[in-house]
Design a protein around this ligand. Sequence first.
Ligand code: XMP
Length: 304
Amino acid sequence: MDPVKFIDQAVEEIRREAKDRRVVMALSGGVDSSVCAALAARAIGDRLEPIYVDTGLMRKGETERIVQVFGNLRLHVVPAADEFFAALKGVVDPEEKRKIIGERFIRIFEREARRTGASALLQGTIYPDRIESEGGIKSHHNVGGMPLEIAFDKVIEPLRDLYKDEVREIAGALGLPPEIQHRMPFPGPGLAVRVIGEVTRERIEVVREANWIVESEIVDQFKPWQCFAALVGLGTGVKGDNRVHGWIVAVRAVNSRDGMTADPIRLPWEVLERVAQRITSEIPAVARVVYDITPKPPATIEYE
Ligand code: XMP
């Protein structure tokens, strides 16, 4: 793939498919949606309506960062945490959670379509997303089974044939900041797939803090494909003189080319000890920390 040629073709395709429509797109700050937004800005300028859905399921500082990076694109922030938490209340089945989150996104896109007068949707779906959805491995919130036609008469997916490393190359060629070009993938359903069982504000808060610690100890030094924390259950620990019931946090750090297979990273023991020590001392609700050494397959990268 020649990045310059790809950019020309994608810009042309977006123009051709959009015709004279206004186009909504959800920016997440990840490399896929950022590349899409940059291509669309070149292709259709002000007819692009970029939104950022603040689901309440994002990483620490994410919303502020995105507003800062994409403010110049007239980014519209949709505060939606209340509606996501309400929709997820009592839901424990992983596929059910993904469906509910996907449906919420659709409802929000529909509202945004009405607000902006847009009739097309631009999405940063890449090739592995499609393969895993079509193969029935998981329902991706941004593909498969969602009634997008209800809100839009056109869905545009300029990255649908690319792998992640190719998207990163395009990001470089487009001159996006290195921080975005090399950003770790983050799932569309956000931290919800990193809490096994019911998603609550309190649990998301715990996993968000744990995730922050994991990223700050591992990303710069080891440059993994992905690293994160997940809440995998409740267990017993001791805090002070008491046996307490607290969260078990699993730490995951993997390398991968395309997310379809992955290998756990052999992190130095000292790093793992520091991560475990920080998580249990900085987050009182956590009782123990485990490191996940399972490759994909048989495990997936995310926990749900
Ligand atoms: P799994 O857990 O299936 O993840 O091994 C493979 C890669 O895909 C990311 N992922 C998602 N990305 N929407 C996304 O945009 C999703 O629903 C989703 N589920 C998983 C995951 O973070 C990993 O990089």
